[in-house]
Write a protein that binds this ligand. Sequence first.
Ligand code: AMP
Length: 308
Amino acid sequence: MMTHAKTPAIVRTIAELRQRIKAYRRAASAEATVGFVPTMGYLHGGHASLLRRSVHENGLTVLSIFVNPLQFGPNEDLARYPRDEERDVTLAASNGVDIVFLPSVEEMYPVYPLLTTVSVSSVSEHLCGASRPGHFDGVATVVAKLFNIVQPDRAYFGLKDAQQVAVIAQMAADLSIPVEIVPCPIVREQDGLALSSRNVYLSAGEREQSLALSRSLAKAERWVAAGATAQELAKKLAEDIRQAPSADIDYVEIVTYPGMQPIIGSGALREYADSVLIALAVRFGRTRLIDNLIVKPKEAGDLLCSAK
Ligand code: AMP
C-alpha cells in the first residue's frame, strides 16, 4: 500500500496523547486498530520499515521518540546519543504516521528513577543483558509504561534487537498486556551493515571494518551445515570477526530463540530443530554494534545440502 505524506500531530504530554487516541477510537469503527512503534529517534530505514508496516496494518499509527535514560548504563552514550527532531518528524510524515509522541524525561519520569521496575528474568540474563546490566529492566519498564499510555492493538519491533523482542514478548505474555508484538526483519545497508542510529559514530575506517559482522553471519549457515557445534560456530565467528583489526568483541553467542538460553553440548548444531539466535556484539572504537541471525539449523542445513 502507498503511504502518503501527511502532517502528524506532535504530542508532548501523556494526557494529550491519551485524549487523541480515545477520540480516534470513539470516532472509528469497532475494527479500527492502533499500531505503535516505540523508538529513540534519529530515524533511519529500519525504523521506517516498522512505521510502514504499522500504517499498512492499522487505522492509527503512533510513533514515540524517547531517549530513555533508564536503559543506559553510567558509562554509556546517553549524553551523546544522536537527536534530530525536525528530521524525524519529516520522516514520520513521509511514512504516514498519525501521531508523534515526544515526551520529555520529566513527563515520563516525574520521579526518577521510578519506584516501579519491570524485570523479565531468564530472557534478559545473557547477551546484552549480561554486558549491559540493567539495560533490559530499563527497556521493559519504559515499554510497559508506553503500552499503558498508548494501549495499542499491535506494537512493532525490529529483530535487529532480537533479545529485546524476546524480552518484550515475554513481558506482554506474563503480564497479560493485550497487545500483539510484531517482530520485523532487519533492514541493512546495501553492503550488509545493519542500519542503526549509532552508525553515525563510526569513522570511515571503522565503517569499513564494521562489515565484519554481517560478513561473518553470512558464513554461519555454511558452518552449521558442515557440522559445527554451537561452541565451534562461536569460535569460527570470533576468528572471522577478528580479521578486522579494530574489532573488539563483546560477545559472540549462540542461544535458543526466543528462550535466550545458551546451547551447550557436543552435538552438531545442524541437528537442532528449533530456532537458534546467532548474536554478535562488537566494538569499533567507542561504538558498540550488534547484529544477529535467527536460523532453524535443521531446515537451513537441509536447504544448503539440497542446493549443492
Ligand atoms: P531504537 O530507536 O534503536 O530504540 O530502535 C527502535 C526500533 O527500531 C526497535 O524495535 C529496533 O529494533 C528497530 N530497529 C532499529 N534498527 C533496525 C534495523 N536495522 N532494522 C529493523 N528494525 C530496526
